[in-house]
Design a protein around this ligand. Sequence first.
Ligand SMILES: C[S@@+](CC[C@H](N)C(=O)[O-])C[C@H]1O[C@@H](n2cnc3c(N)ncnc32)[C@H](O)[C@@H]1O
Length: 222
Amino acid sequence: MDKELWTKVDEYLVSNLAPSDASLEGALADSAAAGLPQINVAPNQGKMLELLARIRGSRRILEIGTLGGYSTIWLARSLPDDGLLITLELEPRHAEVARINVDRAGVGPLVEIRTGPAAETLRTLIDEGCAAFDFIFIDADKEGYTEYLNLSLQLSRPGTVIVADNVVREGAISDPDSADERVLGIQRFLQTLKDETRVSGTAVQTVGSKGYDGFALLLVSE
Ligand SMILES: C[S@@+](CC[C@H](N)C(=O)[O-])C[C@H]1O[C@@H](n2cnc3c(N)ncnc32)[C@H](O)[C@@H]1O
C-alpha cells in the first residue's frame, strides 16, 4: 500500500477538479479545532457526491452521518434554491459545529440537522409521512448500515439514488473470520443487498488521501 502516492495523486486531482474554497476549508478547520474526528470525505469524493446528486436532479437529499457538515456542504450545493437536505447526527456537539459550518457556507436555509440516533430519527421521518428523497448518503456507524438501508427504502421512490461510504475497509470485508463490528456491519449490509429486489447496486474500491476503502452505489427500482 502506498498512501503517500495516493495522497499526492489526490492532491493533484483535487487541485484540478475539486478546488477548495473558504467555506469548505473553514468547515474542516473549525471541525478539527472543535476536536471532531477527521473522518469526513475527501474533497474529490465530496465533489463526486455533489455531481451524483445533480445528475439525479435532486430536490430532496437525506444524509445519515453529518459530522461537521463537510459532505453536507458539497451535497447542499447540488440543490435548487427551494431544495431540502435533512442530515442526521448522533452527537449534539457535531451537529452544533455543522450548523455553524453550513450557515457560513451559505447553504444553511436548505439544511435541516436532526440530532439523535439515526435509526430513531429515520422512524420519526417515516411516521411524519416525510416525502421521498431523491438522493441518500449513508455515512454513519457501520454497524447500523443494514437498518439504515431498510429504513431509507421506506423514504425512497423508484429512481432514488443511495450512496453508502466505507464499504471496503482496507479490504477487511473479504475476511469471513473478521470479528470487527464495523466490518461485520458492512458484510451484513452487502449480504442484504444481494437479496434485496428493490435496489440494483454495485460497490467500487477506492484509494486516496483517506486510504483504501470504497463506496456502494444503489438505484431504487421499485
Ligand atoms: C464518517 S462521519 C460522517 C462524515 C461526514 N458525512 C462527512 O463526510 O463530512 C460519521 C458521523 O456519524 C455519526 N454517527 C455515529 N453513529 C450514529 C448514529 N447511531 N446515528 C447518527 N449519527 C451517528 C458520528 O457521530 C459521526 O459524526
